[in-house]
Every structure is written in C-alpha cells, then in structure tokens.
Design a protein around this ligand. Sequence first.
Ligand code: CUA
Length: 348
Amino acid sequence: MSRSQPAGSPLQLHHLVPAAAVVLVTGCTGAASVLEPRGPRAADVAGLWWLMFWLAAAVYLVVVGILAHGLFRRRAAPAGEDELRPAAAGDEGAGRAGLTYLTVTGVIAPAIIVLVVLIATIQTMGAIAGPATPPRMSVDVIGFQYWWMVRYAHRDVTTANEIHIPVGEPVELNLTSVDVIHSLWVPQLMGKMDLIPGKTLTTWIQASEPGVYWGECAEYCGVQHARMKFLVVAEPSEQFAAWLAREQQPAAEPTDPSALAGFQAIMRPSCIGCHTIKGTPAQGQLGPDLTHIGSRRTIAAGTLPNNRGTLAGWIADPQHLKPGNLMPDLAIDLQTAHVIADYLETLK
Ligand code: CUA
C-alpha cells in the first residue's frame, strides 16, 4: 500500500472516475467510431449498442449495490452466534424471502433482459438487411492482399481504395476477393461483411451526411492486414456524377518534361504488367489502376498520404514502406522514382 493511501482508508473514488473517463472517451471516439454513425445502417447498430450498454450499466449498478449492502449492513446478532444458534421460528420466513429474492434477481430479471436484447437484435437485423428504397447503383469491391479494387462496371470505371458514393441514397456493394478472405468495415456507415474468393456477396451502404469515412479490412488476411484501409467519399449527387465522369476519361497526356520522362520510365514491362493506365499500353490487372491516381487521397491502401514524396518513396522501395505487400522491389533509382511520381501526380 502506498504512503498516500494509508491502510484502512476508503477507496479513493475521485481518483478512479477521471481515469475511467479518459479510457472511455479516448477508446470510443475518433475518426472511425461506431458511436458516431453517419448513415441509417450504422445508426441502427449504434442504437442497439446503446441499449445493451445501458442495460449492462443498470445490471452492474444493481449488482454493486447488492454487494455493498451485503458488505456494510449491520448484523442483528453478535458475531459468531449465527452458526451455533438453534433454528428459530423466524428463519423459515426469512428463507422464503431469500428464495423469492433469488428467483427475481437470478431468473426473472435476466430472462426479461435477454428477451429485450433478443427482440431489439432481431429488429435491428431486419432493419439493416436491406435499404428503405432499392439501390439505383451498384459498385464492385474486390479484395486483394492488401488493397481494394473498386469498380463501377456500368460506367467502365475502376479505381482503388476509395469508394465514392452519392450522399443520401443507398448503394449496392458486390463483394468478392481474388486471394484470401477479407472483410469490409466502415464503422460510421456499415458493419462488417466478408469478401470471399470465388463467391460474390451483396450488401449495401448509405451515408446521410457528406464526408470522408475511414474503412478497413476486418478479417486477418496476412502480414499487412493492418494497413488495408480505404476511404468512403460521400458527396452530393452532382459532385459524385462529376467525379464519375472524370474517372471515365483516359489518363491525361504528360505535358511537362519531367512528367514525360516519368511516363516513358513507367512504360517498362515490370510496371505495366501489373498496373492499368487507361489510354496507354499499361493494361495490367494485378495492382491498383493508376489512371487517376493523382486524384486519390492516399497511397498503399490508406497507409500514406498521396504526395510526390510518398509516391517516389513507394516506387523506389515499396517493401520498406509496407513489408510483405505484393509489389516487388524493382530496383528503380531515386531519380527515376521521382520522375515517375511527377507523372503519376498529373493523373488527376
Ligand atoms: Cu484484408 Cu485483412
């Protein structure tokens, strides 16, 4: 026991409350909290979470109250007499009261609580099973170790690690994987859904407010599972339509000398064998589509912000930044990496 808390002093509750508050606040808020839903699906799940939280809090308080009562109540008889005393007439009544008390706290109350949670869970499952109105658009999301291909098949648009959706309307998601099982999770918009190789699962997503929402892989899928993130960009429908129209265009022609040098450098087989740049000979399908990489917010599936420095660093040594990712070290010197980054930055 420490000097500041002498033996026998009561528990210093005012020390514990701030500590607990810090844990609660830092643990449950932030950019991607399920407790800050921004869509109808996530709001239903958050509602169920809060119901369970308050029920659990009430049960905890009752149990602590009973425990405190048992610990601190005054004993009617002097200590030591209880065990030896012969049975008295009042004992039978006390026994019956104890049995009723046990039945209520141990059987009836838990049964009611479990029933309430069951009904609320079934209701929530029904509510999130499908959107209120049928989706008008669908997006294919394909899992790769360790990034996401995002395809708008009806418009021949393919991008990576960013799912753009119009705000306020449901969008169908068709999920599959090319390698192992991944799981798509956008805490503020929707719960988890697996991406399974050889199988397509359909789900839906909806944002009620414009914004950029973090998503991540929620199924361990290999060494870089933790760096398999993505963004959901929810925009007003005109902005979304403009984005989609831009994405449909082929890659911009390089104009300045550095970008032109970068274009020539990236047209080597080791790059274009894996990546597509629409409108150029690059038609690979193993890595992310780079046609409009300059307009994306991050590189390496949410690992790094997208800028000239991170792009060049990635090209020069991808295994240093994300060890175990499937882009091999191509021994590209730093100067070449910089001109390639210059070219990629122009691909808006
Ligand atoms: Cu993909 Cu974890």
